[in-house]
Ligand binder design. Structure first.
Ligand code: ASP
Length: 442
């Protein structure tokens, strides 16, 4: 019977049931250990399965993507458009975040005892995040550039956190394939092309357990959040409500205003159709908080439901999942100024401009995994002279906000991909849907 329900509806059902289940567990304290020991692993298996194919997918699809472009001039044209679009959307996101946080000033009214409470409660957690960021901070200014070039590709591919290095290698390999005799290049390209198809097939298999995985992720998330600090959690979350609303409001504005306008200006696809086509990916991004883990599904939806060619999507999307994080960059801008406001520090225009620059870079550097944006936020804070330990103030709602910003991150990639495809003459009459037996949609 479950087979007849469209996949995205199944995922929504899993999500809602998981939330309800988690809430019942924490209200009744009946089986919190059972949830963590026996339900959470289903979610972990689901995320692991998605992550398992992330590196081969990025590698294969980028190599095929670049080499399919036919010649280097097409690559530089599509690559140029893509990077420009990613840069512009990121700067818009940071600027929007800055405007909102300066207008609504969510940190100005934070009562000082709440502030002290948060600082003491999350000091340890903030400390460990700072340690993670400390290594980054001690590096020289050109380190991010150095980090793009792997010293060993096998090692880079063995670590989901080194995706930028894998992207670099794949692009170079794709370019090289364009410049050797076609007969020889075909041997390699056909291999990766077939690998690509195999991976997309595997995504279909993994999506069969998506509703159960999402249920397990939601249920265990609720139990874990409540377990960390049962008494003060709700109270502190309420104190941070204004901050959270500014972040979520900004994220919604990016999707419903910025992306809607971009689609209207550059494509014939209606915004509603676009969102409908993307549903499984949006829901998955929300429940996994990982744009890398969602990448296979984002690619599948963009190709099969929107109709973007594999040529464009296999280049634009893996790159975007690694460097384009509009949700994260907006969040970092809001969070940095919020912390400064709560600590009673007034930021100058120069400091705010520093936020634009550092949040843009920090978002590029953030891996598409849960919580990455929070760690990179410390870099932004240090750059404007706000103590990194200030992140203690915003850790409480972070897990939830992470879910929302991940949705924006992957939607941004998909929008840019659709726009680039349209400007390349694809999708002349709007959305094209191909039949897709493994992910039943309505
Ligand atoms: N979780 C986000 C993502 O995967 C990154 C972040 O923490 O902001 O896109």
């Amino acid at each position: 019977m479950l087979k007849k329900i469209p996949l995205h509806t199944q995922i929504i059902i899993g999500l809602i049931l998981g939330l309800i289940f988690g809430l019942v567990i924490i209200k009744t304290s009946i089986a919190p250990d059972f949830t963590i020991d026996y339900i959470k692993p289903v979610g972990t298996i689901f995320i692991n399965a998605l992550k398992m194919i992330a590196v081969p997918l990025v590698l294969a699809s980028l190599i095929v993507g670049v080499s399919n472009l036919g010649d280097v001039s097409k690559l530089s044209r599509i690559g140029g458009k893509t990077i420009l679009a990613y840069l512009i959307t990121t700067i818009i996101a940071v600027t929007l975040g800055l405007v909102l946080v300066n207008v609504f000033e969510p940190g100005k009214n934070l009562p000082s005892d709440t502030r002290d409470n948060l600082m003491s409660l999350y000091d340890d957690a903030a400390g460990s995040k700072s340690d993670a960021a400390a290594d980054l901070k001690e590096q020289g200014p050109l380190q991010p550039l150095v980090d793009i070039v792997p010293e060993n590709i096998i090692q880079a591919a063995a670590d989901n956190g080194s995706m930028l290095q894998v992207v670099f290698f794949a692009i170079i390999m794709g370019i090289a394939l364009l410049q050797i005799p076609k007969k020889k290049a075909d041997v390699v390209t056909s291999f990766f092309d077939a690998l690509n198809d195999v991976i997309i097939k595997i995504v279909g298999y993994i999506m069969l357990i998506a509703p159960y995985g999402v249920f397990a992720l939601m249920a265990s998330l609720i139990v874990e959040i409540a377990g960390e600090n049962p008494d003060s959690a709700v109270e502190l979350l309420l104190a941070l409500l204004k901050y959270s609303l500014v972040v979520v409001g900004g994220l919604a504005a990016i999707i419903f205003i910025v992306y809607a306008l971009m689609l209207k200006a550059f494509t014939k696809i209606s915004f509603v159709d676009f969102l409908k086509a993307m549903r499984p990916a949006l829901l998955l991004g929300f429940s996994t908080s990982s744009s890398s883990a969602t990448l296979p599904v984002t690619m599948k939806q963009v190709e099969e439901e929107i109709g973007v060619s594999e040529e464009v999507s296999s280049f634009v999307l893996p790159l975007g999942a690694t460097i384009n994080m509009n949700g994260t960059s907006l969040y970092q801008a809001v969070a940095a100024v919020f912390i400064a406001q709560a600590l009673g520090m007034d930021l100058t225009i120069a400091q705010q401009l520093t936020i634009v620059l550092t949040a843009t870079l920090a978002a590029v550097g953030s891996a598409g995994v849960p919580g990455a944006g929070l760690i990179m936020l410390i870099i932004v804070l240090e750059a404007i002279g706000v103590p990194g330990a200030g992140i203690a103030l915003i850790i409480a709602p972070d897990r939830i906000l992470d879910m929302f910003r991940t949705v924006v991150n992957l939607t941004g990639d998909a929008v840019v991909c659709t726009v680039v495809a349209s400007t390349e003459g694809e999708l002349p009459s709007g959305l094209i849907r191909k039949s897709n037996p493994l992910t039943p949609n309505d």
